[in-house]
Write a protein that binds this ligand. Structure first.
Ligand SMILES: NC(=O)c1ccc[n+]([C@@H]2O[C@H](COP(=O)([O-])OP(=O)(O)OC[C@H]3O[C@@H](n4cnc5c(N)ncnc54)[C@H](OP(=O)(O)O)[C@@H]3O)[C@@H](O)[C@H]2O)c1
Length: 328
């Protein structure tokens, strides 16, 4: 099969190769998916770039955790009725050597989730990381019904879904931060009630003004290192920050503002959701797809041969939404 892979970490153009590798076979409890699309996430790019570790856990890595396609082979113990099923996949490259930047992927049957007929294979490649992350950030610890929510980076792959999930879950007010007009339009389209340009406006003050001085109940945070001080000022007493990203590996915590507000700081990574949280995220996202209630923030579809360009788009922060690779 045709696949993209790397055998050392480094710059996309230097380490990513597109070529023929062996086609995998489904083992017991596994399915093989003939992929149509493969989603590129910041995590895939950081792993390939050696940001977290320069060492590879496997001699050769086919990147990307997200993707969508059709089941074309089932292993022992998997109902043959799943053959031909349209699916989206999650965690394909997490702790595994072979992700979705290939024509086929083999993975445990539960990691291939039925994709409703109304949802494109392109959108299916945005669900494993962006949608499930946003879903958990919004729904964890009792959710946001009746609450006020600040979504940082409301036009991002995760942020765009987070706005939608918060509105659908019954948040009273959803404020989203952006850096300019194009991103403001995306956040508004996702349903944000108020858009704040974090580069030109005082985000904390806007949140206080919008909540009669009390602050917001929950902040869905993509860069805790940069925004923590602002978040602490924008948060209400007993409020919560659900942090899923940070541009720095260590962050000083403003202890006094945090303790005086009884602030809760919830970290999580979507790869390691508990079984119960995973189940709830899969059910929630599937239900909303079936009801046709989700908008997918797709920006750019490139062929597998241009995977290095796709990584650079995500790495440079130029993408306006999810970048998807066409692997069909
Ligand atoms: N914990 C997890 O499981 C998990 C899951 C998914 C993603 N992540 C991490 O979360 C981050 C975002 O992922 P993504 O896929 O949503 O990325 P993305 O699609 O690139 O979106 C990021 C968005 O945030 C904006 N932004 C950047 N810095 C900001 C800041 N300081 N305040 C407000 N907005 C800011 C960016 O636009 P401007 O630069 O124009 O403002 C962009 O619109 C990445 O670091 C990723 O690794 C973690």
């Amino acid at each position: 099969m045709l696949a993209a892979f790397y055998t050392r970490t480094g710059p996309a153009r230097e380490v990513l190769t597109v070529g023929e590798i062996e086609t995998p076979e489904a083992g017991p409890g596994e399915v093989r998916v003939r992929l149509a699309t493969s989603g590129v996430n910041p995590s895939d790019v950081k792993t390939r770039g050696g940001v977290r570790s320069r060492e590879l856990p496997f001699p050769r890595i086919v990147p990307h955790s997200d993707g969508a396609g059709v089941i074309d082979q089932v292993g022992d113990g998997v109902p043959p009725g799943r053959l031909g099923e349209r699916v989206w996949v999650w965690n394909a490259a997490w702790g595994r050597p072979c992700g979705t930047a290939a024509q086929f992927v083999v993975l445990p049957a539960q990691q291939a989730v039925p994709l409703p007929a109304n949802t494109s294979l392109e959108a299916g490649a945005c669900l494993g990381i962006p949608a499930l992350t946003a879903y958990h950030a919004v729904h964890c610890n009792g959710g946001v019904a009746g609450k006020t929510v600040l979504v940082a980076g409301g036009a991002g792959a995760v942020g765009h879904y987070a706005i939608q999930f918060a509105k659908i879950a019954g948040a009273r007010l959803v404020v989203a931060t952006v850096s300019g007009a194009a991103k403001a339009a995306l956040a508004r389209d996702a349903g944000a009630d108020v858009i704040v340009n974090y580069r030109t406006e005082d985000v904390a003050q806007r949140c206080l003004d919008l909540t009669a001085g009390t602050g917001v109940d929950r902040i869905v945070e993509l860069d805790l290192a940069v925004n923590l001080k602002t978040d602490m000022a924008a948060l209400r007493r007993d409020g919560e920050i659900t942090a899923y990203g940070s541009s720095l590996p260590e962050i000083p915590v403003p202890f006094f503002p945090a303790i005086l507000k009884n602030a809760r700081l919830q970290f999580f990574i979507v790869y390691n959701l508990s079984d119960a949280d995973r189940k709830s995220g899969l059910a929630g996202v599937t239900a909303l797809l079936n009801q046709d209630r989700l908008k997918h923030n797709l920006d750019g579809r490139l062929p597998l041969a241009r995977i290095a360009e796709a990584h650079e788009l995500v790495e440079g922060g130029q993408a306006l939404g999810n970048v998807v690779i066409d692997v069909a």
